[in-house]
Design a protein around this ligand. Structure first.
Ligand code: ATP
Ligand code: MG
Length: 628
């Protein structure tokens, strides 16, 4: 049967010989001498069989095979490699997508295999590509030649170098990619078949293509580069692209792609911390001078108040001056916190969870009811720091989250460990931030709120406080569906047992707290709510007795440090009337516990908790008492 045959080889004598033989046998033969011409011919031509050499000008035979295999209209075309080098590289031959391999030896021997291949092509075309036999024919007449072997090993050596480079390398011939190393394939994120034989700009994101075209156009004989100042986006990475013509009129050129994502990230981080450092220096200078000015105003106002005690109008004016000075002093204090110039505060080991518990309690009361606050705390998080500073840092983030959700939403607070760090993540479902706000939100006095609504010092104060604790705070995400801020602080490496303590959350059980309200520092109810319990508070045991029946609490927690004999008797009456009542005593010292003395509480209470309350211990004891 008459066949359409394409011969691709740069050996003209061999081409002539083969063409004559095939035409004599009645076939139609087209010949080309290099890879690019072959591709040009093949765009509008579907031969039945292609014979090609492996070593070809412009595009190597193996690349050409891969490209041909990808072309839909050549799917059934029989692809046969005729090359001397197949004798030495039989291990690689089956990977390139050819259907048969003929070792180039004496013409007569090759011709025999060529004719056989032509005869077989129709029959084999019906077989799926993977099942076609792929042995090397004609090897018996070819002896491996030392030179080819050496060339091949040198080629492999160069290939190994290119493949191990971190930079992506593309070889371009007549605006078509003919080679891509592994790094380029990885950066582009497409299979090699989809990279070869396309124009280079098509490998980049749509918005970046024009920049690549302009880069190629701008080159004459020198290397040109883009992306250093404004990186090119490629498959979610940031890269620079260098273009190097290696032959006249850009017939052959090289493109180098360098991934600079990580470097750009570090540069931005450095720029940001340098900027914050510089603003900090200015802020502390301003704050210092401003504080002196305020002191002067305050002293004079007090002189007026002292000297004109009977002049009510002047007294009132001086009072207003004092109030303004106080407001100014607060501002100075926040600026100083940002500048981290006042770090003399005592640093002790505190549980970050306790700080969250306290601030949570405040926002729970002050936030709009439409904001659903969700806490996820699993472990105690001991850090070395200043309690008030850290609670203020958190408070600022909570307040911003609240401000971002005027119509309500969800505020999620996650506290967890990550290696040696305590992480607190604060997410809101609010309006989010645009890129400019996100970039500038930690700058002092940066605010998007209406005049008079925000000073723009909230986040900068938080930043200063967290940095002074050797920690970090950052916006980790922000979209129109909300923002997430993350604080990370180094965990205190004091005692390793304390670091492992787990927190067992309650499930809304009711706890009645008997506690003297005159103590302003009591936050027992706050801690319990943070642990997931509902709490009600009464001032005295008598009040608790009266309310017990109505409230039916799951646990009663009593501050036993100031219990009188009378109140112990009243407490006993609760257990007498309610044998299942679960009472836990809060004590000042371990001397109060039953092992040490009969404190009158034995038989009444189910457990003792020592002050100051350790959240993890409290959570464990309450869950045990609830279970018994
Ligand atoms: N959770 C958030 N959601 C959306 N935008 C936020 C959020 N947190 C901060 N921002 C933005 O960052 C800006 C700066 O916040 P920052 O807390 O420093 O100042 P402020 O809240 O405007 O004023 P202040 O805290 O002094 O009352 C805000 O004005 C707001 O634009
Ligand atoms: Mg704020």
């Amino acid at each position: 049967m008459k066949k359409q045959i394409l011969l691709i080889d740069d050996d003209r004598v061999f081409l002539k010989y083969l063409t004559k033989q095939l035409e004599t046998a009645g076939h139609t033969v087209t010949t080309v001498e290099d890879g690019v011409s072959a591709l040009n011919v093949l765009t509008g031509f579907t031969p039945d069989i292609i014979f090609l050499d492996l070593i070809l000008p412009k595009i190597d035979g193996d690349k050409l095979c891969r490209i041909i295999r990808k072309m839909e209209h050549l799917r059934n075309c029989h692809l046969v490699v005729i090359s001397a080098v197949v004798a030495e590289m039989s291990s690689d031959v089956s990977e390139i997508g050819a259907d048969a391999f003929i070792a180039k030896g004496p013409f007569a021997s090759v011709m025999k295999h060529v004719m056989a291949a032509v005869d077989e092509s129709g029959r084999l075309a019906a077989t799926p590509a993977d099942n076609k036999p792929k042995q090397v024919l004609g090897l018996e007449h070819v002896s491996p030649r030392q030179m080819t072997r050496e060339l091949l090993s040198r080629n492999r050596h160069l290939k190994a170098i290119l493949e191990s480079m971190e930079e992506g390398i593309l070889e371009i011939i007549e605006n078509m990619v003919v080679y891509a190393n592994s790094a380029a394939v990885g950066l582009i994120g497409k299979p090699l078949e989809n990279i070869l034989a396309v124009s280079p700009e098509e490998l980049f994101d749509v918005d970046e293509r024009q920049r690549v075209i302009d880069l190629i156009d701008s080159a004459d004989s020198q290397m040109v580069e883009i992306g250093e100042a404004r990186p090119i986006e490629l498959n979610n990475r940031q890269v620079t692209v260098k273009y190097m013509p290696v032959e006249a009129r850009k017939a052959r050129s090289i493109i180098l792609i360098t991934d600079i994502t990580e470097r750009k990230r570090l540069e931005l981080q450095l720029q940001h911390s340098q900027k914050m450092e510089a603003i900090g220096t200015i802020a502390s200078g301003v704050a210092h001078n401003f504080r002196n000015t305020l002191t002067g105003i305050l002293v004079n106002s007090q002189v007026i108040q002292e000297n004109y005690k009977n002049d009510m109008d002047l007294q009132e004016i001086a009072g207003r001056i004092d109030t303004s000075v106080k407001r100014g002093a607060e501002l100075v204090e926040r600026l100083m916190q940002f500048a981290r110039k006042e770090t003399k505060k005592e640093r002790i080991v505190i549980d970050l969870v306790a700080v969250i518990a306290e601030t949570y309690q405040i926002i729970r009361k002050s936030f709009d009811r439409k904001i659903d606050i969700q806490l996820d705390i699993r472990h105690s998080l001991p850090v070395v720091g200043d309690y008030l500073g850290l609670s203020q840092a958190l408070m600022n983030l909570f307040t911003n989250a609240g401000d971002a959700m005027p119509a309500g939403g969800v505020l999620k607070i996650d506290a967890l460990r990550n290696g040696q760090a305590a992480i607190v993540r604060i997410s809101d479902s609010g309006e989010g931030m645009d890129p400019e706000t996100r970039k500038r939100c930690f700058d002092p006095f940066f605010t998007t709120k209406e005049v008079g609504k925000g000073t723009g010092l909230g986040l900068s104060t938080t930043y200063g406080i967290i940095k002074s604790h050797n920690g970090d705070v950052a916006v980790v995400s922000s979209s129109p569906r909300g923002s997430t801020f993350e604080i990370s602080l180094p965990l205190a490496d004091s005692d390793s047992d304390a670091r492992k303590k787990a927190i067992i959350m309650g499930a809304g059980q009711a706890i009645l707290v008997i506690e003297n309200a005159s103590d302003p520092n009591t936050t027992t109810s706050d801690l319990l709510e943070c642990l997931g319990y509902r709490s009600a508070r009464v001032m005295s045991v008598i009040e608790a007795m009266n309310k017990y029946e109505n409230l039916r609490p799951d646990v009663v927690l009593i501050d036993a440090s100031e219990l009188s004999e009378d109140s112990i008797i009243q407490l006993r009456s609760i257990t007498d009337n309610n044998p299942n009542a679960k009472i836990v005593a809060l004590t000042d010292s371990s001397a109060m516990t039953p092992e040490h003395s009969d404190n009158g509480l034995n038989g009444i209470v189910k457990g003792y908790l020592q002050k100051p309350i350790d959240l993890s211990e409290a959570s464990l004891l309450i869950s045990e008492v609830l279970a018994c």
